[in-house]
Design a binder for this molecule. Structure first.
Ligand SMILES: [Zn+2]
Length: 445
């Protein structure tokens, strides 16, 4: 399939009729042309190429993911930038941050520029490469952070995700280095010695199953150290995939101190618990592991009150041969781009914890701000770039990963009923998704 908009030569105009903008009470029409929101109002009378009846649909700003594994270069059998950005568009995302644990690792200007160019060519979603903190994710020597920042990819987020920057001196140097250009270090908080041989959350279930435990303290100890380091050097720290109630307490404390610390939670940690591991189905194997029901409730509360800033998917595609095997040898991670908004509706909106304004804040405004993506996370107003999602919260369906755009099928939600569906996604005024399907050439026939 070709890109929806080869470069910028396609200009399509749309009239979205009777859409509910966030939690606004009166449905509005939205006129999109020349890549921007031209007008918002009731009963707009304009000639456009494509007319969309949005009765019952909610309009959100295009979602921004701080944590996506696109696998290219090196593991194109799991995902490519093209298939990953198609999955992102179908999930309502207009920008994703591509993690650095590719082959080769994105630890030089050359590799991050390669990923950035592949993203530009895909046309479905903006791709902002994340740079590795250390050479080869080895944790020993700082990567070329400045060169990656100054490259065409203009990297601002650095992470060894998949691995923890566990050396305190390296972490301190990275935090000091990125300060110069307002960058941020995104830490995968996992104390390596405490998690040797870890297979699942350490607790009652791991004890009963006899599987190696990944204790909450291994996450919390690193977060505690890193918020103190960030405060000490006066730099920005972002905590990836927070998974425990204790981590929330530490982040809440750091924020109360006024330190520049932000955090994300994944959809799966908002919904699933370690009880699922009793099935021994490796689709539930993920890092950090699924935790307890008490952790899930603490994470929802923290996302609702803003202690956790953002939802990030940690979309981690794996081919069948790496997941359909024995628990002990299966790869860790799950796909999540195409189900993220539905899981957030179920866990946060339908529970009354967040309104759609809150979802826009946690899935668009704040992640865009953390990544310093100036063209994303903008308000839904006239003159703004038309990065938008039309979401149908009344839709009910059963998750079928075989219909996903991602190249991989390792979704923990297969067969589950989840609410809501992305009806349309617009990237700078060109539809990447229409009527729930990928759109070519912005939907023009
Ligand atoms: Zn991670």
């Amino acid at each position: 399939m070709s890109a929806p908009s080869e470069g910028t030569d396609i200009m399509v105009s749309y009239l979205i009729r009777n859409a509910q903008i966030l939690d606004g009470s009166v449905p509005q029409d939205i006129h999109i042309a020349d890549g921007v929101i031209k007008a918002i109002g009731t009963g707009l009378d304009v000639e456009t190429d494509i007319d969309i009846d949005a009765h019952g649909l909610v309009v959100l700003p295009g979602l921004v993911d701080l944590h996506t594994h696109l696998r290219e270069p090196g593991r194109e059998d799991a995902e490519t930038v093209l298939t990953g950005t198609q999955a992102a568009a179908r999930g309502g995302f207009t920008a994703v941050h591509a993690m650095a644990n590719t082959f080769p690792v994105a630890d030089t200007a050359g590799v991050v520029e390669q990923v950035w160019r592949l993203g530009q060519a895909s046309g479905y979603c903006d791709v902002q490469p994340v740079g590795a903190v250390t050479v080869g994710l080895e944790g020993k020597q700082l990567a070329e952070l400045g060169a990656m920042h100054e490259s065409a990819a203009n990297v601002r987020v650095f992470s060894d995700d998949g691995k923890c920057v566990d050396d305190a001196v390296i972490m301190r140097r990275a935090l000091e280095y990125v300060k110069a250009f307002d960058g941020v270090v995104a830490q995968h908080a996992q104390e390596p010695r405490l998690t040797e041989g870890a297979q699942m959350n350490e607790g009652q279930v791991s004890g009963e199953l006899g599987l190696g435990g990944w204790p909450a303290v291994a996450e919390e100890a690193i977060i505690a150290r890193d918020v103190l380091l960030a405060a000490h050097v006066g730099s920005r720290l972002h905590v990836c995939h927070v998974s425990t109630a204790g981590s929330v307490e530490i982040i809440r404390w750091a924020k109360a101190k006024g330190w520049d610390v932000t955090a994300e939670v994944t959809p799966h940690h908002l919904l699933l618990t370690d009880e699922l591991v009793r099935s021994y189905d490796p689709v539930y194997k993920v890092n950090p592991p699924l935790r307890t029901a008490a952790d899930v409730l603490a994470l929802r509360k923290a996302l609702a009150d803003g202690t956790i800033d953002a939802v990030a998917t940690d979309h981690a595609p794996h081919p069948a041969e790496d997941k359909d095997c024995e628990w002990a040898v299966a790869a860790m991670g799950m796909v999540g781009l195409e189900t993220a908004l539905s899981v957030v509706q179920q866990t946060m909106v339908d529970t009354g914890l967040l309104k759609w304004e809150g979802v826009a804040d946690r899935m668009s405004h704040r992640p865009a701000r953390i990544g310093r993506l100036s063209g994303h996370g903008r308000p839904v107003s006239v003159g703004e770039p038309a990065n938008l999602v039309l979401f149908d919260p009344a839709y009910r369906g059963t998750v079928n990963p075989d219909s996903f755009a991602t190249r991989s099928r390792n979704s923990p939600y297969r067969g589950l009923d989840l609410p809501g569906r992305v009806h349309a996604t617009f990237l700078r005024g060109v539809a990447t998704v229409l009527a729930g399907e990928l759109a070519e050439r912005g939907g023009l026939a």
